[in-house]
Design a protein around this ligand. Structure first.
Ligand code: NDP
Length: 312
């Protein structure tokens, strides 16, 4: 094990992780950040971000994350490639294993590993991701205003996003694999009463059509096997998210879906010195700006913990 004890080890490099790094670095905590599996996080698969304050003309997701990174680096964050593959929070200092082969010791750990959208798993979905395929209606719906789009899923997220899209788009097809929805009654009612939303029951996506951009969807009826095509320019997947929390679950309190629990009004977890911010602990808002906000909180919580424990 490396003999150095890191004052503030940040795992994850989305808006939460970088904001934590900026605050921690400016507070003199000499943060070390491991960027994780998807450096820059979910925003790196978004085209334009138009709802993050401070960018009046909008900015593309990867560029925004480069800006976050540059700002974190400017104040001395040690940004490293590597994936946290295990932790041992049973004693102090806290231990985090990187890439299965390097174990680091840290006084505080900020978990900012985010969440990942679940995808259908089609090749066409991966190929057209960012070119009509999206897992975030709030992020990307605006680009399809006045156009016809489709959304897959039948939970509260899908209903909420279908309703959101119906405000912008000329028509929203909601593709549902069963003959009923999982969403709460009130959300279902909202969707069913919206004249711009057409529900297509008992159907799964057979293929997303288009070479450079989405041009339509081929659906398969799960009962008859019949194939039909609908022309759409946007295809939204809303079949749930999963928090990237597996390696922490033995130590950190979490809900049944694996979202880490924090003490309300803070980023503190049940383990002293371990803080969680961003989507890994937020199943509700999931926005870059809310993630950044909790990243700031995590750095302040870490700093206060170090002061309270007289760790210099
Ligand atoms: P859910 O897990 O609740 O729903 C996922 C939906 O996607 C289900 O309808 C499921 O279908 C469908 N699905 C899953 N896999 C596939 C697939 N391969 N092909 C087609 N459809 C698929 O996820 P949500 O993100 O909707 O919600 C997560 C949690 O957040 C829930 O507890 C929800 O209540 C909550 N939430 C609350 C909101 C609010 O109250 N305002 C807003 C958003 C979320 P099936 O039903 O057939 O399994």
């Amino acid at each position: 094990m490396d003999s150095e004890i890191i004052k503030c080890l940040i795992i994850g490099s989305g808006p939460a992780g970088y904001t934590a790094a900026i605050y921690a670095a400016r507070a003199g905590l000499q943060p070390v950040m491991y960027q994780g599996l998807q450096p820059g996080g979910q925003l790196t698969i978004t085209n334009d971000v138009e709802n993050y304050p401070g960018y009046p003309q909008g900015i593309n997701g990867p560029q925004m994350m480069e800006d976050f990174k540059a700002q974190a680096a400017r104040f001395g964050t040690d940004i490293r490639y590597g994936i946290a593959t295990g932790v041992d929070f049973s004693s102090k200092p806290l231990k985090v294993t990187i890439d299965d082969n390097l174990t680091l010791a840290a006084h505080t750990v900020v978990i900012a590993t985010g969440a990942s959208a679940k995808w259908l798993g089609l090749d066409s979905e991966a190929r057209l991701n960012g070119n009509g395929v999206s897992a975030c209606a709030v992020c990307d719906g605006f680009f399809y205003r006045g156009q016809e789009v489709a959304i897959v899923g039948a939970g509260d997220t899908a209903c909420e996003e279908a309703t959101y899209l119906a405000n912008l788009c000329s028509k929203v097809y909601m593709i549902i694999r069963r003959d009923e929805m999982r969403a709460s009654q009130i959300m279902q009612r909202r969707v069913k009463n919206n004249p711009k939303i057409e529900i297509i029951w008992n159907s799964v996506t057979d293929e997303i059509l288009g070479e450079q951009a989405v041009e339509g969807v081929r659906l398969k009826n799960t009962i008859t096997g019949e194939l039909t095509e609908i022309p759409v320019s946007g295809f939204f997947v809303a079949i749930g998210h999963e928090p990237n929390s597996n390696i922490f679950l033995d130590y950190i309190n979490h809900d049944e879906q694996g979202y880490l629990r924090t003490i309300p009004g803070s980023t503190k977890t049940n383990i002293d010195g371990v803080f969680a911010c961003g989507d890994v602990q937020d199943n509700e808002y999931r926005q870059a700006v809310t993630a950044a906000g909790t990243g700031c909180m995590a750095a302040l919580d870490a700093e206060r913990y170090l002061v309270a424990n007289e760790i210099h």
